[in-house]
Write a new protein. Structure first.
Lengths: 127, 195
């Protein structure tokens, strides 16, 4: 198997031109997003284990509030949101404005940072 | 079993959100010409939101306490390092108690502390094989906690709670710096936290 940096770079190149089944990942740098994810998100999240927040692997295309075993807020469970580039961007911009009554008190104010984190979550390394 | 959305009774809140128009309870009260009720409702919602964020902090502290227990039980730490780990764990216990007191004041239910086995699985401590692994693991958690606390500061309606988050971040920064030093790594760059 090729090393992770190669796979992430390949993913960026491919998704610059293609649209995924759940929405386009455009303008996001998955490699930078991985570093941002590591720095900002891993206090509460990991890809494979639900901790303070739910596990993230496979988040693209998943309905909000559906990671088995995680104790979601009622607001998130009944939100009917499906995670894609647009909804993840809105969520990270202001979770409470997007889904009032949810539990996450953290946001990512910078649009490029959000795009990069979302690109990482949509990359093969996080799927 | 997950109920179909069609079978769920439409609540007042859902009704307020229907058609993409979101009206808060405070707005409804204002529209009804009851500003005092609106103010009371808004304050109650702010306190509820603050409690939710404090509960996130409490969950982080529970995880930190248990992580240090797991590190200590690994038998990978030399005595002087173990003493530092115990001191850091004590700090996290102080944080926990402070956060529990805040939640009590706010009338909120504290988040549940998981079992040690649950934390061990979630944190994949079975991968720790050396003292350096444990120090690196702890440094990662502490750095994550610093960034999390800095990140939640703007969420608080109550500035005293924002200050508390700042105090927690300061303690975690001290922990991170000492662990970083023990790992022989260079000092962090200026403004490297919270970004």
């Amino acid at each position: 198997m090729r090393p992770a940096p190669f796979r992430v770079a390949a993913f960026c190149a491919i998704t610059a031109a293609l649209t995924t089944a759940h929405g386009a990942v455009r303008g996001g740098d998955a490699q930078r997003g991985e570093a941002l994810y590591d720095s900002r998100c891993t206090a509460c999240h990991s890809l494979d284990h639900s901790r303070i927040g739910p596990a993230h692997r496979g988040v693209f295309g998943r309905r909000a509030g559906r990671v088995t075993g995680f104790d979601y807020s009622p607001a998130l469970r009944r939100s009917h949101v499906v995670w894609n580039v647009k909804s993840l961007d809105r969520w990270l911009t202001n979770p409470e404005l997007f889904i009032p009554g949810q539990k996450m008190g953290y946001s990512v104010p910078d649009a490029q940072d959000r795009a990069d984190i979302v690109a990482f979550l949509g990359s093969p390394d996080a799927r | 079993m997950i109920k179909s959305s069609r079978s769920v009774t439409v609540s007042r809140r859902d009704a307020l959100f229907a058609g993409g128009v979101a009206l808060s309870g405070a707005t409804v009260a204002l529209l009804a010409g009851r500003p005092a009720l609106a103010a009371q409702h808004a304050a109650s919602q702010s306190a509820q939101k603050d409690a939710s964020v404090i509960n996130t902090a409490l969950a982080l502290e529970y995880e930190g306490i248990n992580a240090y227990t797991l590190g200590a039980q690994s038998n990978l730490l030399e005595k002087p390092v173990l003493a530092i780990a115990v001191k850091f764990q004590d700090d996290h216990k102080v944080h926990r108690d402070r956060l529990l007191a805040v939640l009590k004041t706010l009338g909120a239910t504290p988040v549940r502390e998981k079992s040690l086995a649950e934390y061990a699985e979630e944190l994949e401590v079975n991968k720790l094989k050396t003292q350096a692994d444990v120090l690196n693991f702890a440094a990662g958690l502490e750095r994550g906690a610093v960034n999390a606390y800095l990140g939640i500061i703007p969420s608080f309606a109550d500035h005293a709670l924002a200050k508390l988050a700042g105090q927690l971040a300061s303690d975690e920064t001290v922990h991170f710096a000492i662990l970083n030093q023990a790992l022989g790594r260079p000092l962090p760059e200026a403004m490297s936290f919270g970004v």
